[in-house]
Design a protein around this ligand. Structure first.
Ligand code: UT7
Length: 323
């Protein structure tokens, strides 16, 4: 039996900190509104760095901690919705910067669920026996896709990257995943790319090359999908929530996480959060949290952890693992 497990995690966030106070000077908002409605106090905003720069730094950090060499990596998956270019992929750019010449590279677009999807794909590829060491990265510069005139979205997001090395193992690390997607709700969180006919409206051309969102609709989807995926995982694996030490949720809004905690009857302390300092960094969120928990020494070998995300698509996914 071939298993897969997390070997190391890493992260990188731009130095530039933008607080709620800073935002209230450039738009009609306040620290009070942002903090109470979302839990966010500040976020990092990239100045001169692109998605691949952040991805490379997070990937390098995870690689250094793993004890592997760049040549040992045979798979690189970058989950992102804010790539430098349509092509080449961010993962190919990262491969070149790292010197990971033996890696097969591709990007994956599942928005904020992207890191969880990436880990599930990497784990499945390792379990075929064809791959040994995968670098999975979530990296975003959403600040470049935001409409800074739209206070209802601009205050929510931030930039950052997180990474994990997933490796072939003789003991069970990644236990199971659960995913789902709902394309019929795609219009509730979108960002145009080319001047094409919108699949969501009667518009002839998508002129909005900026992120637009129906926050309430996404909120509703998020709470339902997170609870469903956690329950699916527990059913599938016969593991009870009592055995799970931490739930690492996508960090979009503390109210979403509160709702999920109440719905599954778990104390909020079981959900680790850092959205007060980073905001919503989409695919980077979950690995940024994991890295912080790892650096704080919160994760012990064998601990059962659930990762659970949701995002544009709409997509959602969860993963249960032994650390
Ligand atoms: O990773 C996935 C991405 N997205 C999400 O997960 C988002 C999920 N949704 C949410 O987190 C919440 O729906 C939001 C935080 C986006 C919005 O919270 P809400 O409680 O649903 O607020 P709302 O959109 O209903 O807006 C309430 C009021 C409105 O004013 P009126 O119409 O009541 O006068 C907004 O215009 O708050 C106003 N508002 C703001 N006021 C100050 C909206 N944005 C702001 C702002 N500052 N930044």
């Amino acid at each position: 039996m071939i298993y897969s497990k997390f070997l190391s995690v890493g992260a990188y966030a731009p130095e530039n900190i933008v607080t709620n106070e800073d935002l209230s000077k450039i738009m009609d908002t306040s620290d009070e509104w942002i903090s109470t409605r979302t839990g966010i106090k500040e976020r990092r905003i990239s100045k001169n760095e692109d998605c691949s720069d952040l991805a490379y730094k997070a990937g390098k950090n995870a690689l250094e901690k793993s004890g592997l060499k760049a040549e040992d990596i045979d798979l690189i998956i970058v989950a992102t919705v804010s790539p430098d270019m349509f092509f080449p992929s961010v993962s190919c750019i990262v491969q070149d910067k790292l010197g990971a010449e033996n890696a097969t590279c591709f990007d994956l677009n599942a928005a904020c669920s992207g890191f969880v999807y990436g880990c599930i794909v990497a784990s499945s590829m390792i379990k075929t026996g064809e791959y040994k060491n995968a670098l999975v990265i979530g990296s975003e510069v959403l600040s470049k896709l935001l409409d800074w005139e739209d206070r209802s979205t601009a205050v929510l997001f931030g930039d950052g990257a997180g990474a994990a090395i997933i490796t072939k193992s003789e003991t069970e690390g990644i236990i199971a995943g659960a995913t789902s997607s709902n394309g019929s709700k795609g219009g509730s969180l979108s960002c145009g790319a080319l001047d094409v006919k919108s699949p969501f409206t009667e518009e002839d051309n998508i002129k909005h090359k900026k992120l637009i969102m129906n926050g309430r609709e996404v909120f509703k989807f998020a709470t339902g999908a997170m609870v469903d995926n956690i329950n699916k995982l527990l059913e599938k694996t016969n593991i009870s929530l009592d055995e799970v030490k931490y739930i690492v949720p996508h960090q979009a809004n503390v109210r979403i996480i509160d709702y999920v905690a109440r719905k599954i009857n778990e104390p909020i302390e079981k959900f680790y959060m850092n959205l007060d300092r980073y905001g919503n960094t989409s695919s980077a969120t979950i690995p940024l949290v994991l890295n912080e928990m790892d650096e704080k020494g919160l994760l012990q070998k064998g601990d059962k952890i659930i990762l659970v995300g949701f995002g544009a698509g709409l997509t959602s996914g969860a993963l249960i693992l032994n650390w």
